[in-house]
Write a protein that binds this ligand. Structure first.
Ligand code: ASP
Ligand code: MG
Length: 416
């Protein structure tokens, strides 16, 4: 059994859905197809959810944009107004419209997890209907009943034991060889919907692979594989054809956007290979990520993490930045759910880089200011070069002032 994951860019219009069907039709054998919301629909739903929660008048307008986007795709794929494939997407649209008409509760995160999943519910109902209409028999699985999580809304934790049992019942392959299901969303035992964190569909694909003992996972992207840099930024970027799990997990943590950082662990734990391939050129080999017996040479890989905040803390009483101070700083970061992207300390200063969230930040900085003098640079970027060469560093840094520099044997990082 294999898992295919199609992200928003691959199903951004009717042509994308047709292309998905053509990729799927080429593949015999058992297949689970994980789909995320179409195009940029999750971003649009986030705006709609905010408007709904604040009860501002824009809800209706944003919902209409969401509805029109999907209706155009549905009209294109199912031109006959009586086509039964239109029924389920229409039901989801009405359900969302009714929800946005209700009074929101007091919890934003709870409401978020009620609104945002409609992107995936719509995309999978359209994809499943289109495949069936074109002779590609399949079952649509509402993953919320089988992938079971806690109620930590917007960043739910999946319970692997219960989910394994349930998923094995759902994906039994007795009456079909294909399933279509939603990425990114899950459900609690009491049937509340949850989400797994933005861009979480890759993670869903990896979890299902782990739970169902898949032979492999393929993520279909608009790039030809994992690349040595973002080709939009770096014309010389090349595709890396083979990569060990360990390297992939490091790259995604350093900010390479090609795969979600949580994707690798469930696959590595069961030795399931991950393929990253282009939906624009499905016959090309792309990248395979797995364990290799031999050493794999890797080119320098350049990763640019934008919109960073560099903070430098100096204890007000001139005491050393030692273990106690560090543990206090780490505890504060954890409380605000901020992730350290880089850190460096000296006797009486501690510098670190985090993703810039203006709202959170004010409170966070105010809290630190009680004990520390705080200096910061916003709008900086964190540049990482894995397997660096001096030449690559010169090229990347050229002319930009470096605020912090750090090098290990394999990795060089610069805040610029
Ligand atoms: N649709 C969700 C998002 O855009 C999940 C995903 O794309 O993986 O965050
Ligand atoms: Mg997406």
């Amino acid at each position: 059994m294999e898992i295919f994951k199609f992200g928003g860019a691959s199903v951004k219009d009717a042509g994308g859905v047709r292309n998905l069907a053509s990729i799927v039709s080429e593949r015999g054998g058992r297949l689970v197809i994980v789909v995320s919301a179409m195009g940029k629909m999750t971003n649009l739903l986030e705006k709609a959810c905010e408007a709904y929660f604040r009860r501002d008048g824009r809800v209706k307008e944003l919902f209409d944009e969401f509805r029109r986007f999907h209706e155009a795709i549905i009209d294109d794929l199912f031109p006959d107004a009586r086509d039964p494939a239109r029924a389920l997407p229409r039901e989801w649209l009405s359900a969302l419209e009714r929800l946005l008409d209700e009074e929101p509760s007091l919890s934003y995160d709870y409401e978020y997890d009620r609104v945002i999943p409609f992107g995936e519910l719509l995309s999978t109902s359209i994809v499943s209907g289109y495949l069936a209409a074109n002779g590609l028999d399949n079952r649509l699985v509402d993953i919320r009943r089988y992938l079971i999580s806690d109620a930590c809304h917007r960043n739910a934790n999946v319970d692997l034991d219960i989910s394994r049992e349930r998923c094995r019942e759902a994906f039994h392959f007795e009456d079909t060889s294909r399933y279509v299901t939603q990425g990114f969303i899950a459900g609690t035992r009491t049937s509340q919907t949850t989400t797994l964190g933005r861009e979480g569909s890759d993670y869903t694909a990896a979890l299902l692979a782990n739970l169902l003992d898949a032979r492999s996972v393929t993520i279909w992207k608009d790039v030809p594989g994992v690349m040595s840099a973002d080709p939009k930024e770096f014309a010389k970027a090349t595709v890396i054809d083979r990569m060990p799990y360990k390297e992939a997990i490091e790259l995604s943590r350093f900010g390479a956007k090609v795969i979600h950082p949580k994707t690798i662990k469930p696959l590595q734990n069961k030795g399931i290979p991950l393929h990253v391939k282009s939906f624009l050129s499905p016959a090309s080999a792309g990248t395979v990520i797995r364990d290799f017996d031999e050493w794999i040479p890797l080119p320098p890989v350049y990763i640019n993490k934008e919109n960073q905040l560099l903070l430098t803390l100096t204890p007000r009483d001139f005491s050393f930045i030692a273990e106690e101070k560090l543990s206090h700083i780490f505890a504060t970061l954890a409380r605000y759910k901020l992730k350290l992207n880089l850190m460096q300390n000296s006797a009486i200063s501690f510098s670190f880089c985090i993703d810039h969230h203006p709202a959170l930040l004010e409170e966070f900085v105010r809290e630190l200011q009680r004990d520390y003098g705080v200096r910061y640079n916003d709008n900086v970027r964190l540049v990482t070069i894995r397997h660096y060469t001096e030449e690559m560093i010169r090229e990347v840094i050229a002319g930009r002032p470096v605020l912090v520099e750090q090098r290990s044997r394999t990795t060089a990082q610069f805040v610029v």
